[in-house]
Design a protein around this ligand. Structure first.
Ligand code: PA5
Length: 431
């Protein structure tokens, strides 16, 4: 279950908050924006209809075969999987003494230390590498693939026993290698961009391998899609978020801070950081005007960053909109012992619980921001489970689609990222 509370927007006055009248004015745009979004032929809301996908059968077929799974990918090819694994698995999963599923490692960098040191914790003979790249052309992922393929060849291993590739139908280079080496390949549909691909094989194959019920993700995403397609303001949570971001950006709130009050949800904030930055940061509007659109995303963690960021958030420039991601139920709770309860330094903690501390500290942070006229909203899930996570992915993907319409930009391309890939290629060729 997922709920959204935006009751703080009205409490901070017209300069920094939003009045009901301002919101009322944009509500009628839902229908037109939905029409335009459908015309863009984006698959992020269609892919979730794919039940019994081939990657699920593949995950079943390799059960018990590998000790470790290493994902090679970057950006949208890694962040969703990191978010899922962090949310759904034990916080110290790879250190668990007794494990039923393979250890998952996600290498989303080309730092040589990372490539070298992973070998110290895996047994290559018992490892599956999942190569994920939508374009099939990303220098980092191709370099990683070459490195580990070479390593396995030197060890005289059968390549097709150790690799899986997830890519676009047109990724000829990887597909040709896969054909030659008989490496299994799973598709990323053509109309699904990297940062919108978490609910395809990109996020769901690794999830299925580490024992997560992927059908439940899809179910949660489908429920949220119904809301995304609703023309009613009250139901359409994605449209609500986009509306707040858009209207507040016009009042100078050009930074969106996403703040999960849950250790397990922190990496979800990283996933959103990419989604917002790459989708909305655009030089040109749809009609070709130079506008340099963009909202700067910041990922912060409650309560940790209260002791690192909240001074700035409360008293620094009033240029931020805060999205709190709250968890009603942590799945367990721990009492703060009533030791030294006669001492006023700690007596307020006695009898409380750590879960309560998380909740109260979030409420206190929201309150202080409100007092300082900083707009915020709370998105609350009742617990962390695949349905809620699937719903959250769809909620934010939908909000980005709407935000693209508000700003009249193409939220689905990434010419800036593509240019840096091209330049990397050119500059390496020159050397
Ligand atoms: O969203 C995007 O398209 C990008 O951020 C990509 O996810 C990132 O550049 C990796 O690209 P690819 O999946 O093509 O390797």
């Amino acid at each position: 279950m997922l709920t959204l509370k935006n009751n703080f927007l009205e409490k901070i006055g017209a300069n920094h908050g939003l009045s009901p009248a301002e919101i009322e004015k944009v509500k009628p745009r839902i229908r037109e924006y939905l029409r335009r979004i459908r015309m863009r032929n984006q698959g992020f809301y269609e892919i979730i209809d794919e039940s019994d996908a081939p990657y699920v059968a593949f995950a079943k077929s390799i059960k018990g075969k590998y000790e470790s799974v290493v994902v090679l990918g970057i950006g949208g090819s890694a962040l969703g999987t990191i978010a899922i694994a962090s949310a759904m698995k034990h916080l110290f999963e790879n250190e668990l003494l007794k494990k039923k599923t393979p250890k998952l490692y996600i290498l989303d960098n080309v730092d040589p230390n990372l490539l070298a040191e992973i070998e110290d914790v895996i047994d290559c003979k018992k490892t599956l590498w999942i190569v994920v790249t939508k374009s099939g052309k990303t220098p980092e992922t191709l370099a990683q693939f070459s490195h580990f393929k070479n390593l396995l060849e030197q060890k005289k291993r059968r390549i097709n026993e150790h690799f899986v590739i997830i890519t676009d139908k047109n990724a000829d280079f990887l597909r040709n290698i896969a054909k030659k080496e008989k490496i299994p390949v799973f598709d990323i549909p053509e109309n699904v961009g990297g940062r919108f691909s978490v609910l395809t094989a990109v996020g769901l194959l690794p999830s299925a391998i580490i024992g997560i019920d992927t059908e439940k993700f899809l179910k949660g995403a489908r429920n949220m899609r119904d809301k995304f397609f609703s023309e009613k303001w009250e139901e359409n949570l994605s449209f609500q978020i986009a509306t707040f971001q858009y209207l507040l950006s016009k009042k100078g709130k050009t930074i969106t801070v996403i703040l999960p009050y849950s250790q397990k949800m922190f990496r979800f904030a990283d996933w959103y950081r990419q989604l917002l930055a790459e989708s909305i940061g655009k030089a040109h509007s749809l009609d070709g005007k130079l506008i340099h659109a963009g909202l700067t995303p910041v990922a912060a963690l409650g309560v940790t960053d209260q002791h690192s960021q909240s001074q700035l958030y409360n008293e620094g420039p009033n240029d931020k909109f805060f999205i709190f991601l709250a968890l009603a139920n942590f799945g367990l709770d721990i009492k703060v012992p009533a030791c030294h309860h006669h001492d006023e330094t700690v007596n307020f903690l006695s009898g409380s619980t750590f879960g309560k501390l998380m909740h109260v500290e979030m409420d206190a942070t929201v309150k202080s921001l409100t007092e300082n006229k900083r707009p915020s909203m709370i998105i609350e899930i009742d617990k962390i489970n695949p349905e809620n996570l699937g719903a959250l992915f769809m909620l934010f993907e939908g909000s980005i689609a709407f935000l693209g319409e508000f700003l009249r930009i193409n939220a689905f391309d990434q010419p800036g990222v593509d240019r840096s890939k091209e330049l990397t290629r050119e500059m390496l060729l020159e050397k």
